[in-house]
Write a protein that binds this ligand. Structure first.
Ligand SMILES: [Zn+2]
Length: 310
């Protein structure tokens, strides 16, 4: 059975959780818009969490840029802005729970050890070298969580039933880094639990992470949220919009037109008259007409779709 414990009676709590590795671009806007409108359509709450758990990858000023761009585009989040690094204590408690249950273990493999082990196997699958070595805790070692061969199954609202064996796909994966920082997968799961997030709408590029997150939820006794993975924005040549492919920061002028382009990319078919409308009127139209089902089965959309306006 697909794992999703959220009942129809639970109040909807969604979120947008950008990493401050750079400013928002058009692809991030799509995830923000879709998660926001879906929460509003369900009379739910929409939380904003800055995932600042990886200081080495952070770009100075990016958090402030993200927040001011969201404000400029007219997003209104519920409750205070949440900084992921503020929950470090909870991340450490979750790690300890996994270690206490013997679901996680310390790993002393170096990058070089792993690289040579992988020469013999296809893909970046951890071979389980340290699984049963009983290595003692140490501040400069990573911690990995045990995986199983059983498939992790979840029913994505847009991409359908997903099933993956973690043992085959990644092997035991890192939940605590050897540099002493929490790994992304554990931080996200703990924070969603702390904030009682029960609906996650995000880009399909993150769907790879979902089975690992569902597995951690199960081990930690958390509820599994409902997932909807929306298409990612791609350039006209099909490459994904990202900082790496030179996606521009979201402009802070002419935001009305860009929001409409976002709605077009999200297959919402806004009327051409909306090009003359105020930001507030655009949001009113978008909230009243939001239809996430229009994205069913789509994994990519091209970035500029204004020419498709009816
Ligand atoms: Zn190891």
């Amino acid at each position: 059975m697909p794992r999703s414990d959220v009942t129809e009676a639970s109040p909807y709590i969604g979120r947008f959780a950008p990493s401050p590795t750079g400013p928002l671009h058009f692809g991030s806007l799509l995830a923000a818009v879709a998660s926001y409108l879906e929460a509003r359509a369900n009379n739910g709450r929409w939380l904003l969490r800055i995932e600042n758990i990886d200081p080495p990858r952070e770009q100075p000023g990016a958090s402030e840029q993200i927040v001011s761009a969201l404000e400029r585009y007219g997003f209104e989040w519920d409750g205070p802005l949440v900084w992921q690094r503020d929950s470090t204590e909870h991340h450490a408690l979750a790690l300890q729970a996994l270690l206490d249950q013997k679901q996680a273990y310390w790993c002393k493999c170096s990058r070089r050890d792993l690289a040579s082990a992988q020469q013999a196997r296809v893909g970046a699958v951890y071979p389980g070298t340290c699984r049963d070595l009983g290595i003692a805790a140490s501040s400069n070692l990573a911690v990995r969580v045990r995986t199983m061969n059983d498939a992790i199954v979840f029913d994505d609202r847009l991409q359908g039933l997903q099933s993956l064996s973690l043992e085959a796909a990644s092997g035991d994966f890192v939940v605590w880094r050897k540099d002493g920082l929490v790994a992304y997968q554990l931080a996200v799961v703990v924070d969603d639990h702390l904030q009682q997030v029960n609906h996650i709408v995000r880009g399909v590029d993150l769907m790879d992470s979902t089975p690992r997150q569902v597995w951690l939820q199960e081990l930690l006794g958390y509820r599994t949220p409902v997932y909807a993975h929306i298409p990612v924005a791609v350039h006209a040549d099909g490459s994904k919009l990202s900082k790496l492919t030179g996606a521009r920061a979201l402009p802070l002028v002419g935001v009305e037109k860009i929001l409409i382009e976002g709605l077009c990319a999200l297959r919402q078919s806004p009327p051409r008259a909306l090009l003359e409308a105020s930001l507030e009127e655009i949001w009113q139209w978008a909230s009243a007409n939001w239809n996430m089902a229009a994205l069913t089965g789509l994994t990519s959309v091209t970035a500029n779709e204004t020419t498709h306006l009816p």
